[in-house]
Design a protein around this ligand. Structure first.
Ligand SMILES: Nc1nc2c(c(=O)[nH]1)N[C@H]1C(S)=C(S)[C@@H](COP(=O)(O)OP(=O)(O)OC[C@H]3O[C@@H](n4cnc5c(=O)[nH]c(N)nc54)[C@H](O)[C@@H]3O)O[C@H]1N2
Ligand SMILES: Nc1nc2c(c(=O)[nH]1)N[C@H]1C(S)=C(S)[C@@H](COP(=O)(O)OP(=O)(O)OC[C@H]3O[C@@H](n4cnc5c(=O)[nH]c(N)nc54)[C@H](O)[C@@H]3O)O[C@H]1N2
Ligand code: SF4
Ligand SMILES: [Mo]
Length: 722
């Protein structure tokens, strides 16, 4: 059989780069960047180019598995669906929808269809306990935008291609390619700012790969960003560098915001951030003088204890300086498809009483939701494309919780660490095996400078009996006798679609997922699938522009940006205590996360090319000065402890770390993964064993887990204990 080359787009991260995939006999021979893709224009990173190794992995699940007497055995689909359906039905009848939960992991969140169907699945059971990695990476942004702009989906992004000054706080685009913005060629575009005479600052405890490429590095003590922003705001207001006219017309709460910033002089915050007051003043000067400036932050800030406050202060600075909705500042993009209506009443979690943010429950209380008895205890859980055992805080309690479930079903492409605790594992599709349109963040939220749209057909056929997750969820609803989305007509349509797929009509390619995409696309005034197939490089739409947001699209009841949400102002009070604790805890070591070029959370470690040689473990990255102070030598084994737990990892001296900050990449600890033949042989330890979890550990208004700036101790492990 000959080879075929098909254009598609990557669904590993937010850049969604265009790719050209060459296949033969349903196997990927080669993946190249698509030079003609309207948005990525020939860019792709190593992970996208190696996607074939994920799809064609020898460990791919091809049949449903059932745990029988402690080991997994293949069973037919009919049996799997019937048994799971029966158990869901029984649990639902006895304990109600409160007892059923789901987790949607990161990779499949880039595909529209299965995630939409998960909503329909939960609704079928009157269930609403949806967990996602959101509270591990960005829920503070959702909670902040709800308060300031009126909706979690109303996010702004820096106008990187036009800005004269960009302050990047807690992001490292060379490695991670940026988040909350669709920006292929991210680092080149940031570096261009300097090329055109502008300035870039990197506020980060680590002198990152990105900071080495361009701009100026501003070392900051981990988890003190909120003080950096307060000092920044104080200085800006003290200089009267506020666009009062814009503030009066389009914003509310300025006085309260200004009062909140008053105590935090650059001199005062220096004591905890370690950014010299003069340096902070200089950054403020550059920011207020630039003809278009933006501050952007990401997980380095989000995962601290004050991610929500930091996000609010950052966007307040962008707003009152006149940079919101301005060329070269920050832009509120327009999606392609209308946003779904916001939920009327915000639910609160059973454990910890935190509001659901963006309709999800915090991952930091997942174990408690399962283990704590009483009404609403989670008894059945569906995990679709996630590895929460390794990616949520408190892995040991999670292991106990997953063992406690009456029914645990995993839908994955491989049998990962979490799936070891499952009763059933169902084989899903790799992204290359499904048709798709771009990710929710762009299609609905509009977080893309080049407003573009693409449609892709599937590139590969699924291996063995692997099935579309959307179909699995629909079939489970039917098997449990609960109509999809709580709607009989919808379930009827779903059944009809399934039946038609088995008839010659299926050859037309109009499957239910494609029908769904067609409807979405037409609702967004984009042509249907047949027309989109003529544009395999995607289409460009009217670009996102400044000047159409303030006074026009702000979703708050008054239509004005809220600069001083009362519950955030109230939380500022607690900062006095934190400030004093920071001063007292000054000598302690704080642990930060570090993403790696050849890793992607947990799942890239099962690709041989990504874990070769030195890359087959994670490390403790530590400044040589800190290492000496703690009797750690290069390549020795360190014990890293926090919250009464520890892990052991090899030591790597790294003078790019700020003294007082150490890093251990997450996503490791695969030794017991019987289903992952490559990852199982890697070394490395799971940092989430020592991360804090439970009600007291999460940010109370956004549910964010605290994964950055956690105080740890490090000590040598004697060689005979290694
Ligand atoms: N300590 C610490 N913990 C962290 C972080 C950190 O910085 N520090 N980062 C957090 C962040 S940002 C995130 S997003 C989370 C990620 O957390 P998760 O989403 O829980 O973890 P992933 O490693 O992305 O695991 C995804 C699983 O999806 C499967 N998969 C891939 N594609 C598909 C598909 O198309 N269909 C199906 N059914 N399955 C698929 C993979 O095989 C893998 O088993 O981790 C978080 N955890
Ligand atoms: N190669 C690779 N790419 C990825 C991923 C991956 O695992 N590997 N994961 C993807 C996912 S799921 C996500 S959410 C995105 C995340 O993308 P980003 O949020 O951009 O994440 P990072 O690039 O890791 O940048 C976080 C930075 O914060 C710094 N930092 C740590 N603590 C602090 C602090 O207290 N204050 C400040 N100011 N900085 C701090 C770290 O040193 C690090 O450089 O990346 C995606 N891209
Ligand atoms: S940058 Fe992201 S979207 Fe682009 S190829 Fe790499 S992983 Fe895929
Ligand atoms: Mo993430």
């Amino acid at each position: 059989m000959g080879t075929t080359t098909q254009k598609t787009f990557c669904r590993i991260c937010e850049a969604q780069c265009g790719l050209q995939v060459t296949t033969e006999n349903n196997r990927v021979l080669n993946i190249a960047p698509n030079p003609d893709h309207v948005s990525s224009r020939g860019y792709a990173c190593i992970k996208g180019l190696k996607m074939g190794d994920f799809a064609g992995n020898p460990d791919r699940l091809t049949r449903p598995l059932k745990k029988v007497d402690g080991s997994f055995q293949p069973i037919p689909w009919e049996q799997a669906l019937t048994e799971i359906g029966d158990r869901l039905k029984a649990i639902h009848e006895q304990h109600g929808g409160e007892s059923i939960a789901a987790y949607i992991g990161n990779p499949i969140a880039f595909s529209m269809w299965p995630t939409t169907l998960m909503t329909g699945f939960l609704k079928a059971f009157d269930a609403d306990k949806l967990f996602t990695p959101g509270t591990q990476d960005c829920a503070n942004k959702f909670a902040g935008a709800e308060r300031m702009f009126g909706s979690a989906s109303d996010q702004v992004f820096p106008d990187i291609d036009h800005t004269r000054l960009l302050i990047v706080v807690g992001s490292n685009p060379v490695i991670s390619k940026m988040s909350f913005i669709c920006l292929p060629h991210a680092m080149d575009r940031v570096a261009d700012i300097e090329q055109r005479g502008g300035k870039v600052y990197w506020v980060n405890p680590r002198f990152t790969e990105s900071a080495k490429r361009c701009g100026e590095h501003i070392p900051i003590r981990p988890d003190t960003d909120v003080f950096f922003f307060l000092g920044f705001l104080h200085e800006m207001i003290a200089r009267n560098a506020v666009d009062q006219e814009r503030v009066q017309r389009y914003m509310e709460g300025y006085e309260a915001l200004a009062a909140a910033a008053r105590p935090w002089t650059p001199e005062r915050v220096e004591a905890v951030t370690r950014i010299p007051a003069e340096r902070l003043r200089d950054i403020v000067t550059q920011y207020v003088e630039a003809d278009g400036a933006a501050i952007y932050s990401s997980t380095g800030v989000n995962q601290g204890r004050f991610g929500l406050l930091a996000f609010w202060l950052q966007e307040a600075i962008n707003a009152i300086s006149g940079n919101l909705d301005r060329r070269g500042g920050v832009i509120a993009g327009k999606g392609v498809i209308a946003k779904p209506p916001a939920p009327g009443q915000v639910k609160r979690s059973r454990i910890a009483d935190v509001p659901y943010v963006n309709s999800t429950v915090p991952g930091g209380i997942l174990a408690d939701e399962i283990l704590n008895p009483g009404p609403g205890k989670v008894r059945a859980m569906l995990n679709m494309s996630g590895n929460p055992l390794l990616t949520c805080a408190g892995s040991e309690r999670l292991a106990a919780a997953f063992s406690d479930l009456e029914l645990f079903v995993c839908l994955d492409i491989v049998r990962n660490e979490t799936a070891e605790y499952a009763d059933y594992i169902l084989p899903g599709l790799h992204a290359l095996e499904r048709a798709d349109i771009p990710f929710y963040f762009f299609t609905v939220m509009g977080l893309m400078p080049d407003r573009s749209f693409s449609y892709t057909d599937s590139v590969l056929s699924p291996p063995g009996d692997a099935r579309d997750e959307g179909l699995i969820l629909r079939q489970l609803c039917r098997a449990a006798g609960r109509p999809l989305g709580g709607s009989r007509p919808l379930q009827w349509l779903s059944n009809l679609g399934e039946w038609l797929n088995r008839t010659p009509l299926a050859k037309s390619g109009m499957t239910l997922d494609r029908l769904f995409f067609s409807l979405l696309m037409r609702s967004g005034k984009i042509s249907g699938i047949r027309a989109m197939r003529k544009h395999p490089d995607g289409i460009l739409l009217t670009p996102n522009q400044p000047g159409d947001y303030l006074g026009q699209r702000v979703n708050t009841p008054s239509g004005k940006v809220q600069l001083a949400p009362p519950d955030l102002i109230a939380r500022l009070d607690s900062l006095e205590t934190t400030f004093n604790e920071e001063l007292e805890g000054a000598p302690s070591l704080k642990l930060i996360q570090k993403r790696e070029r050849f890793s992607h959370n947990t799942w890239a470690h099962n690709v041989t090319a990504f874990v070769k040689g030195e890359r087959n473990t994670n490390y403790l990255y530590i400044h040589p000065q800190d290492a000496a102070a703690h009797q750690l030598t290069q390549d020795s084994i360190a014990r890293v402890s926090a919250n009464g737990k520890y892990i052991d990892v090899p030591v790597k001296f790294d003078d790019s770390m700020m003294p007082g900050a150490v890093a251990v990449p997450h996503g490791w600890g695969h030794q017991r993964a019987d289903g992952l033949s490559v990852a199982r042989q890697t070394n490395g330890a799971n940092i989430n064993v020592i991360m804090p979890d439970g009600p007291g550990s999460i940010e109370p208004l956004s549910g964010m887990s605290h994964m950055n700036g956690v105080v740890v101790t490090v000590s040598p492990v004697p060689p005979d204990m290694n």
